[in-house]
Write a protein that binds this ligand. Structure first.
Ligand code: SF4
Ligand code: SF4
Length: 126
């Protein structure tokens, strides 16, 4: 069993309650496919410009998180052809946030959660 945390973007906090993120986590699908048996360790919200991410990541680790995922909507967006990269998501510097979270905790930090864009290979900072 792996305890997995999620950091989402404040730009989406009032529109999506992480429904697909949590479903994929508990089903070990999409961005969580590497886990045989994952359970949620907690969810936090990033606030622009992301200065809170290191502290959030440390708290998630202190609560038992063994990996931290950043939501797919931070780097991809939904089109009539499905979710795609290349047109940007909510965050233009999510890679930097992932690096920050990893540096603060040493935990694997993963770019992606639900509805991964076609041809996107999950990036893991570890
Ligand atoms: S990745 Fe999808 S399910 Fe998760 S918060 Fe973003 S829009 Fe919602
Ligand atoms: S820094 Fe990026 S992920 Fe964090 S709230 Fe701002 S746009 Fe969203």
């Amino acid at each position: 069993m792996t305890k997995v945390a999620i950091i989402r973007c404040e730009k989406n906090e009032n529109r999506c309650p992480l429904t697909n993120c949590l479903k994929c986590l508990t089903d070990s699908k999409e961005g969580f496919a590497e886990y045989d048996n994952a359970m949620p360790a907690g969810v936090f919200t990033c606030r622009c410009p992301g200065d809170n991410v290191a502290d959030l990541a440390k708290i998630l680790k202190s609560k038992g998180a063994e990996a931290i995922h950043f939501c797919t909507c931070t780097f991809a967006n939904k089109t009539d052809k499905g979710w795609v990269t290349g047109q940007g998501g909510f965050c233009d510097h999510v890679d930097q946030l992932i690096e920050t979270a990893h540096a603060a905790t040493g935990l694997p930090c993963v770019k992606g959660t639900a509805h991964l864009p076609k041809d996107y290979a999950v990036e893991i900072r570890k």
